[in-house]
Design a protein around this ligand. Structure first.
Ligand SMILES: Nc1ncnc2c1ncn2[C@@H]1O[C@H](COP(=O)(O)OP(=O)(O)OP(=O)(O)O)[C@@H](O)[C@H]1O
Length: 445
């Protein structure tokens, strides 16, 4: 059930953007795309027959791909699962398939799996999923803004029917906005928006219904009770100045968000997070930045941070908006207040430099693999000490190539959990140094 059953309507309105609140819940609200959903057309027939094949929905942003997948799931009574091709791992796919199998076994319910950015699906993800698409355990609906014949891999493409969505026409966008102006889920008739304003916004939206509704929402907030063309223009201009996706201000806001978290200013981080959301930023983009941040700026000072960021993203993908703003907020507050360390990125930079500068240094003899007698006789693997045979399951030993012996790449901070790692690291360094001074000269060639 809806997490926000107990939240007031006002709270819900604050949490979900207008475009989200107005997501069509039936085909009658789904405008345009007549070539697919009109009487006797492919999708309508599919929906009426209840036999949904796997599909790839190809179309520009904000033309209703996600919505269509949800409508198909709803009308066929299928469970709806969603996944991002960029972020889903093989484990996620297996878990989704297992849930689908359970649903089928327990109550003969089908599962529809919606995969956004399907053109970014890779071979291992595909291998994990395709057999189950073939068996019918899951019905796959992929969405892409790219031409699937070039961008989607062939094995996947051959198992799916490609459906092309069009950008919405001006009259269709106007109809979508009129509905949002009047509907209680939307502006509830409290704002009068004149025709010239609607036309202006529809032109600016370029076929994208989400853009149109986001602009309408900004105009309504700006004009309060009435929106004419001038108000709409000013509101859009202001919005563009505030956050122009792909423009300079966009990068400034993203940068301020990351820097606020890095600077442990939780309130500022929340502020910039919300600025991005309100401007229509894709929450997955914000999550991705946070997953990177968890490793780059928190790292081992609190290794749970990475888990918090990834779990929050998963939770968001299960919930969508508006509830998904909660795990987002939770993760931002956690990351902002977590102890900080950049030792992970610094270690990688240092070691990468060494590898590229020194080239392929030989593996020390005692560490080599010795699968044949000949190799053993050549000294491969000779003198290797198995740490578990020693007290405390540790023995001081050299593992780096000769030329890099005693080089340090990882410099742990003393923050949070990393302080513990730092202590262990120092203890190990001391034992190694002692061993090196003890060692007979020439012992290790
Ligand atoms: N055909 C449509 N009829 C009515 N409203 C629509 C339509 N298409 C999109 N919308 C509105 O736009 C919002 C975004 O649509 P949706 O998420 O389905 O687009 P999408 O094609 O999946 O976009 P993207 O490629 O950006 O993810 C919906 O919540 C809905 O309010």
């Amino acid at each position: 059930m809806d997490l926000f059953d107990h939240a007031s309507q006002k709270e819900q309105a604050v949490l979900a953007p207008l475009a989200e609140r107005m997501r069509p819940t039936s085909l009658s609200e789904y405008l345009g795309q007549e070539h697919l959903t009109g009487e006797g057309r492919f999708l309508r027939r599919v929906l009426e027959s209840d036999q949904v094949p796997s599909l790839i929905l190809w179309g520009p942003p904000g033309t209703g791909k996600t919505t269509l997948a949800q409508l198909i799931a709803r009308s066929t009574g299928a469970a709806f699962e969603t996944m991002s091709a960029v972020l889903a791992g093989v484990k996620d796919i297996r878990e989704t398939v297992a849930r689908a199998q359970d649903r089928w076994k327990l109550n003969r319910q089908r599962t529809l799996l919606f995969i956004d950015e399907i053109h970014r699906f890779n071979k291992s993800q595909q291998d994990a999923l395709l057999p189950h698409v073939e068996k019918g355990t899951v019905t796959l609906i992929g969405a892409t803004t790219e031409n699937p014949s070039f961008e989607v891999n062939a094995a996947l493409l051959s198992r799916c029917r490609v459906i092309t969505l069009r950008g919405l026409e001006q009259e269709e966008l106007i109809a979508v906005m009129r509905h949002a102006v009047a509907d209680p889920r939307g502006l509830g008739g409290k704002v009068a928006v004149d025709d010239a304003a609607l036309e202006f916004i529809a032109d600016a939206a370029g076929g994208d219904a989400r853009k149109a509704l986001t602009a309408l929402e900004a105009a309504a907030a700006y004009g309060r009770t009435a929106v004419d063309r001038k108000v709409a223009e000013e509101a859009l201009q202001q919005k563009m100045l505030l956050y122009d996706k792909g423009g300079e201000e966009h990068y400034n806001v993203v940068s301020a968000f990351i820097k606020s978290m890095r600077g442990s200013d939780v309130d500022a981080a929340l502020y910039w997070m919300t600025r991005m959301l309100e401007a229509g930023e894709d929450p997955v983009f914000i999550f991705r930045r946070m997953v990177i941040f968890a490793s780059e700026d928190v790292g081992n000072a609190d290794p749970r941070a990475l888990g918090v960021a990834v779990d929050a993203l998963r939770a968001f993908q299960l919930m969508g908006l508006p509830e998904g703003t909660l795990p987002l907020t939770q993760a931002v507050t956690y990351l902002a207040l977590a102890p900080k360390s950049n030792a992970v990125i610094a270690a990688y930079a240092a070691v990468r430099e060494a590898v590229t500068k020194e080239g392929a240094l030989p593996v020390p003899m005692h560490l080599r693999n010795a699968p044949t007698k000949l190799m053993k006789s050549l000294g491969y693997g000779g003198g290797y000490k198995y740490p578990h045979n020693f007290e405390g399951n540790y023995v001081p030993e050299d593992y780096l190539p000769e030329a890099l012996r005693s080089r340090c790449f990882y410099t742990p901070t003393r923050n949070g959990f990393e302080a513990e790692l730092s202590e262990r690291y120092e203890a190990i360094q001391q034992q190694l140094a002692a061993r090196r001074t003890e060692r007979e000269p020439g012992e290790d060639g």
